[in-house]
Design a protein around this ligand. Sequence first.
Ligand SMILES: Nc1ncnc2c1ncn2[C@@H]1O[C@H](COP(=O)(O)OP(=O)(O)OP(=O)(O)O)[C@@H](O)[C@H]1O
Ligand SMILES: [Mg+2]
Length: 581
Amino acid sequence: MIKKLLQYVGEYKKDSILTPIYIIGEAFMEILIPFVTASIIDKGIEAGDMSKVYQYGAIMLILAFLSLFFGIQAGKTAARASAGFASNLREGMYENIQTFSFSNIDKFSTAGLVTRMTTDVTNVQNAYQMIIRITVRAPLMLICSMIMCFVINVKLSLIFLCVLILLGFALGFIIKCAMPVFNEVFSKYDDLNASVQENVTGIRVVKAFVREDFENKKFGKASEVLYKMFVKAESYLAFNNPVMMVAIYGCMLSLSWLSAHYIVGGTMTTGNLTSLFSYVMGMMMSLMMISMIFVMLSMSTASAKRIAEVLNEKADITNPEKPVMEVKNGDIDFNNVNFAYKHGSGEETLENIDLHIHSGETIGIIGGTGSGKSSFVNLISRLYDVSAGSVCVGNVDVRKYDIEVLRDEVAVVLQKNVLFSGTILDNLRWGKADATEEECKEVCHQACADEFIDRFPDGYNTYIEQGGNNVSGGQKQRLCIARALLKKPKVLILDDSTSAVDTATDARIREAFATKIPGTTKIIISQRISSIQGADRILVLDDGKISGFASHEELLQTNIIYKDIYNVQMQAGGDFDEKMN
Ligand SMILES: Nc1ncnc2c1ncn2[C@@H]1O[C@H](COP(=O)(O)OP(=O)(O)OP(=O)(O)O)[C@@H](O)[C@H]1O
Ligand SMILES: [Mg+2]
């Protein structure tokens, strides 16, 4: 996992290597400075020799400047390395997400993906910066300071060593308590993000159902849980400082007391005492940093794991080795197809589907909700792969095509279709990037979208808000149909795409299909008999199985389900919106 992530350091390797080098420089300067201080005191001040004071003072200044220089450089390179690493990670994840098939996407929640790309990447970024700076610096400072102490006075140093070990245990214990809580905090972040994401995207529905209070409470709960856990984790960490301080001042006191004896006895100098003070401080600080690194690392391993999951996720629908680059015609064949969303779960969404559709035919599909209509059509453009059997378009298995070629020729207007922020023209050109305005107008005419676009003051340059929130449901559907038509596909699939369009317009759109694109195979899913009764053949799906596949008249004679739906809709006087027109 670590290896996988480190690949993304990429062009920032140089900065990542330079940082520890600068840090080593900085640490050495900091270790030398107390040594020089001791010399100023002992050889200059105590001996009353001003020239020595200047001499050592100058050396100290140089060292201080060098340390500053290294420090600044290290800061710069570390920032570059970690921010660059994070941006590479984000790009890598984003690129991989784009290759995901529908079933890959089903595995991760949208909220989960967003957390992974934001919070988790930030965690890893911070940890990385910490690693290249402090994991080198802290142990180095600790060891060098210890050595210097031993050089100055072995007996006193032994005391520090004992205190240091005790302190190490204490800090370790604190971290051990805090770590599991931190790990849990991050899984809770997902819940919080899920709640936010769901509500913000569905805010209109929330308002319509006056669920604001409920949603506020739900969010409050998730937020409260997070708050409590953070407080718990942080309150463990809060012990770090007092423990440190006790250790530091304990050391100082014992140091002062003992060294007083040594200084009076003449075995130690005052300068040495001040150096010892600095080194002791340095050692304890380093130890504290090391303990913090552990917290940071454990926090970020959870994040790193979650990032690696996205990076390692292999798209399960990929191009074959030698893809077929041309779809010959709009023939569609389902050969004994079985399909389950979770492979091997035994819960087949579609069972034993075996049927053949000729190029240019218009096929209607009807069936209860959850009967597998969307699943059926999603197999044609290979949004999902079959579990058994095969689906062929133009007499070639869909798995043999180049995916882009196939999806260009099989245009689907999804049931949950979306528009993106941009003008109407921008949105239409998703279908064909280089389409002229004339072409766009032509398809809008076929989809009966021109009538309302012409009424917009900005016409085709009207700005569509994110998700298409500033156009009506029916308008959105017609734009989506136009977008699909622009591809001039060999197969056109409309998944309940005129449900929000009035029946008269619906009829006109079908009329346009029949006259303008006669060669295209059209598959129309609808809950309205009136939308599909004119189709050449109608497929009746029932619980993932074919219940009937014939013309309207034939089905009325032979298929009970179809007859029932027909009778219910006719008794209700047909479509109620039909009367209004
Ligand atoms: N992404 C998915 N992951 C798992 N199961 C799914 C998924 N999409 C649909 N299903 C299940 O597959 C079955 C068929 O769903 P499908 O969407 O094909 O029905 P449908 O006939 O299109 O219904 P509707 O008329 O409501 O659009 C349902 O039981 C549904 O719960
Ligand atoms: Mg559906």
